[in-house]
Design a binder for this molecule. Sequence first.
Ligand code: ADP
Length: 487
Amino acid sequence: MRLNSLRARVVTWYVGMLAAALMVFGATLYFGVQGYLKTSLQHSLTGEAQAIGTTFLAFEEQKGPAWMAGEIIEAYAPELSGRFIRITRHDGTVLYQSGDTRDGVIDASSISRPDFYDGGGRFRSERQAGAHDILLYAQPFRSTSGTNYLIETGSSVAPIERVLSSLRGILLLATPLILIAAALGGQLLMKLPLQPLVTLSERAEHVGTSKLGERLPVPSTHDEMERLALSLNRMIERLEDALSHNRRFSADVSHELRTPLAIMRGELEQVLREPVLRSSVRDSVASTLEEISRMAKIVESLLAIARLDSGVDSIDPKPADVSTLCQWVVEQLHLLAEEKEIVMQVRTTPMTVLIDTARMKQVLVNLIDNAIKYTPIGGRVELTSFVSERMAVIEVSDTGIGIPPADLPHVFDRFFRADKVRSRASGGAGLGLSIVKAICSAHGGSIAVQSTEGAGTVVRIELPLALPTSDKPAASTQTMLTHTSIS
Ligand code: ADP
């Protein structure tokens, strides 16, 4: 349904935008944390180097390197705290160097020794055998007596890597979960406000020509949805008015034409009974009478359709057996078939439907009459009935001339004749199928036609069953009637 695709589109947009926002947020958070941790470590290493310089190295010459080493170990315990500290005098003598850290992350002996230089502190990074990077900071220091030293502090970046890897894991796991939850939530949230629209479109589908009396449900939401339902209802009302006006008009016209036609027919019949009448006058009166009869038939048909459509003529449904009905119709029309050497076959399943038998006979007679009319000599006409999807189905099929595809949608229209010349010659005014359809609709049923030009036509009627029957084919009676076997 279109509303579902609208919902899917909106949710896709919403989830797409959320995904983009989450990616921007995740990247900002990740690189922000990475920068913060790196800067913190750098601050800690520079702070440590400066403190060592001012607190201990300044007194190295007075108190000796052993004193200084003891103070550093006491203050920083580098092996325990995972740090690296090295102090080198400008002559290359290493005054102090921390050992390997206890966690084994820093192998102190493998750390390279930089050249002496003047100026500010420098950072460098060295990869250890365990594939951990060590961030090292070197800071030149000059004592009051002018001796130059190089203070180095270092720390593994492994803890930072661990924090960042956990953060990556959380972001990679949480982002899809948030997106899935958002998609499901979005579907649900969209479903609720769109539900009235779904109900509205479903009900609008059902408001067909025969159900124009129905109205759409109006949600009291005081929004566009309520206004839409109200406007649609007003539109249906106008449509219903126009349609009923149209039906009333054709019913009135047909009704009004009946009396003058009957009077004309009576008068002309009287003229024909005159003993002294010129033969040319007699011929012309007879032909006028024929035309009047044709017109009267059309008027009667129009009146019947209008009355059925408007519900003035209600049908009188009673339980009836479809097989019996089919047999009756075939018996009535077998002579017609015989004349054209058409084979008529009936295959029926006993089933009960609630029908107005007289009108349903009219329907079947009309359809079989059409089938015979439009099937060439030696063809075949079949009348089949069965149960399908809890409906009684009656099919009339023939091997006749068929209906051109362009004409198929119009065969139920009033006065429609697929082949006007031939139809007129065969006496039809194009109202037969309109009556058939009106009767089927009045029974709560439906009618459809399938046809292949040059191969044949199938007209299918579906009627509600009086009693629910299974779709399994019941024992069917099969009768073969041919133009020879019946006589
Ligand atoms: P009519 O009373 O003039 O036959 P209908 O309403 O019964 O009019 O049918 C409308 C048109 O549909 C006909 O003119 C005919 O061309 C076509 N039609 C109906 N039934 C058949 C059929 N079984 N085979 C071929 N054409 C058909």
